[in-house]
Write a protein that binds this ligand. Structure first.
Ligand code: PA5
Length: 463
């Protein structure tokens, strides 16, 4: 199992002014936490609670269909192209980056064991899209368009471009190169997929985008590039079992949720920096930032009382960002809590050659990059503690599907528990609707004419 260490939160390590009396807080909140965990597990099967993501690890059916399809198309495609944004892309990016051999798309087909390259288009930049599509052989590309709502304009705009090109290149056969992952019944993509006869996968009811990585949204791309989805599912299930424990002393997600919540409301540390010490985990903070920000950044409580709460996520990478952000974290405002993610055993051991022994870098010879990486992670968290800065450390024994799944699932449960502590709805996102509506208006969507007028007026005032 992954390990969790919160010593560098405690008053004994970082002092009264910035720390928490962990033992006391765990005891104070033990009943409330226990009630929250029981409640989540009680409500998870009910419709409309948006907690179906807690069941995804157990869905034999999805896993079966995904594996069957992946096996059926194996060898037919050189590229997988994912079209999606937000929760329809970030989990896929984080997990494939972590689990595939680094620089996957630069490896030969043999080095990829015959599996395809994978590309994610999660933005609408015309230069990036044009460039990607100019070198990609679409005939040998399987396009997986993913959108739960089925009408996210960015994804659908990408899809329209790619579908048009595919049809021009492949004629009527283009349909075999498209697979859609969307809601079972509703949305424009569902409608189109049925009309056009695409193969489809389902984003289940009551699973929000940012909690959907272990549905077909993530599992299908993983299986298509040869990632063992049963190993992932085993990791989710084991972590889920551990996180069903209602005793905060034995529940790492509850501990980290409470720590972040109390650090925010008691100590004013409402910025959460996630900093993995592994390049393969580089995109986990991107996935987490979406989960944490969109779930907790809310302006009303569950009872509808006005509030402006939330903890701001910041993405960092060890050691790279020691040379860009660490000065601020050590000496700037003490308003952050850092989540270090460490890896005990890397797949490779990389020794530094014993050369230049007569110079000041001679001491590095014979050591490994593995020692160096973990020495830097330790030095950084101890330095932060020396500066009375709080941090927690999550340690993965190694990077594999089992542990990555545990890591992501732990943060999902942590986010749900944090939502309950803040007393907000962690599963909606009303704050992103207004900008979407303005964009619809600007792009001429029917029904948004009034918004267009008011927007034009406001824009002329701003300019
Ligand atoms: O968490 C969420 O539900 C959202 O942020 C979605 O992931 C995002 O809006 C993309 O939505 P969709 O999958 O419907 O295209």
């Amino acid at each position: 199992m992954i390990k969790f260490d919160c010593k560098n939160i405690d008053i004994q390590t970082i002092g009264f002014e910035n720390g928490l009396n962990i033992e006391e807080e765990f005891n104070n909140y033990s009943n409330q936490i226990s009630a929250i965990i029981s409640d989540l597990n009680k409500r998870k099967d009910s419709r409309g609670e948006w907690l179906q993501w807690m069941n995804l690890g157990y869905s034999e059916e999805t896993a079966w269909y995904v594996k069957e399809y992946a096996a059926m198309v194996q060898g037919r495609f050189d590229n997988i192209l994912i079209l999606g944004i937000g929760g329809s892309a970030l989990g896929g990016i984080a997990v494939t980056h972590a689990l595939l051999k680094p620089y996957w798309n630069l490896l030969s087909k043999e080095q990829r064991n015959g599996f395809p390259k994978i590309f994610f288009l999660d933005n609408i930049d015309p230069d990036a899209i044009t460039s990607l599509l100019s070198f990609m052989d679409l005939k040998k590309t399987l396009v997986n368009v993913i959108t739960k709502s089925g009408d996210t304009l960015e994804t659908m705009a990408q899809y329209m471009i790619v579908k048009d090109l595919l049809e021009k290149e492949l004629g009527d056969d283009y349909r075999k190169n498209i697979v859609a992952t969307t809601d079972m019944r509703t949305g424009i993509l569902r409608q189109i997929a049925e009309q056009e006869g695409y193969k489809t996968f389902v984003v289940p009811d009551d699973v929000g985008g940012r909690f959907s990585v272990f549905s077909a949204v993530g599992l299908l791309p993983f299986a298509l590039v040869g990632i063992d989805i049963d190993e992932i599912r085993a990791g989710i299930k084991d972590m889920d079992l551990a996180l069903k424990n209602t005793d905060i002393h034995n529940n790492v997600a509850a501990q980290n949720a409470l720590i972040h919540y109390l650090m925010d409301i008691k100590q004013g540390k409402n910025i959460t920096v996630m900093m993995p010490y592994s390049s393969r985990l580089k995109f986990v903070p991107d996935w987490f930032a979406h989960l944490w920000a969109e779930s907790l950044g809310k302006n009303e409580t569950l009872e509808g009382v006005n509030c402006h709460i939330g903890s701001t996520p910041v993405k960092a990478l060890g050691v790279t960002d020691q040379y860009s952000q660490m000065q601020l974290y050590n000496d700037g405002p003490n308003n952050k809590i850092i989540d270090f993610i460490r890896v005990e055993e890397f797949d490779n051991k990389l020794e530094i050659p014993k050369i230049f022994e007569y110079t000041g870098i001679g001491y590095l010879g014979g050591k490994t990059m593995n020692n160096l990486m973990n020495a830097e992670a330790d030095s950084t968290r101890v330095t932060l503690a020396d500066h009375s800065r709080p941090s927690v450390t999550v340690t993965l024994p190694k990077i594999d599907g089992y542990h990555i799944a545990q890591l992501l699932y732990m943060y999902e449960v942590q986010t749900a528990i944090a939502g309950a502590l803040y007393n907000v709805n962690a599963f909606n996102q009303p704050g992103v609707e207004q900008a979407k509506n303005y964009t619809y208006a600007l792009m001429g969507r029917a029904g948004y004419e009034d918004s267009a007028e008011s927007l034009k007026l406001k824009m002329s005032v701003i300019q």
